[in-house]
Design a protein around this ligand. Sequence first.
Ligand code: NAP
Length: 286
Amino acid sequence: MTAQLLNGRQQAKQLQTELSESFAELAAASGVQPTLAALQVGADSGAAGYLRAIRRSCQGVGATLRPVELPEESSQEDVQAALAELNEDEGVHGIMMLEPLPDHIDSTQLIDLLSPGKDVDGVHPLNAGRLAAQREPHFVPATPAGAIMLLEEAEVDFKGKRAVVIGRSDIVGKPMALLLLHRHCTVTIAHSRTEDLPGVARQADILCVAVGRPEMVTGEWIKPGAVVVDFGTTYIGGSLKGDCEQASVEAVAGMLTPVPGGTGPMTNVMLMGNLLSAYRRFVSAA
Ligand code: NAP
């Protein structure tokens, strides 16, 4: 068997076109320019690269990016004050905090302070709780939301299927498990303490891997015909590797999100989808 590769680039492009039309309509009707603020503390190259990618995504849909760059030596109080200003600013509809933050900054406290209505990353406990309880409105973290969209477009059947999610982070693994549960999968969440991980993975009709260990999952871990979602993104010698060894997994799986070109391209465009929801709520309430 050779797996069908799910094309995240094509799907993201199509979604970007739809989003830019919606942004343009709302902006014309309201006279308000959609704006995303990105808070960065220090000059980490990873955070700077992410900021460039978000800028491109904003340009792609006609939204404005407002970077707020604070020096590395900023105190917790300084960062909290900048965040409080963005929360209050009526010209800002979405806020994201770029990771990594300097070690002396407590990111949990910042997340708790974030206005839930502007939390386009879906990290505030109110949004996480509303997602878990299936209560609207809430923001779903962009990476798992993009993966679900790819699977839905490929008409993957979720109901009653056995899903295994490897990884339990708040931004990928846990919300992915919830999204699958809400679609009536029987879900197992695996992690670094899971015993017999290959055996657990082999039970999956839908296997999602969000670990960050390049090519950890091989074809031997895959149930024949399974749907495999690879979230992993690790650069090795300039090339991007997923958590799955693509050649051996592709030979056994029924569908696979490749790296690069699978879940990655969907993430930033789904973030723009969350910005649109926040912006739409703002202009409807104004
Ligand atoms: P994370 O916060 O570091 O979480 C990694 C998870 O993997 C943890 O739950 C950890 O288990 C588990 N894990 C670590 N080693 C393991 C092992 N040997 N066996 C089984 N589980 C293991 O990472 P993340 O933020 O979720 O990101 C995961 C990957 O997705 C990374 O490669 C990241 O770059 C990528 N990512 C991609 C996108 C995208 O757009 N495609 C977006 C975000 C992240 P414990 O909880 O037990 O420690």
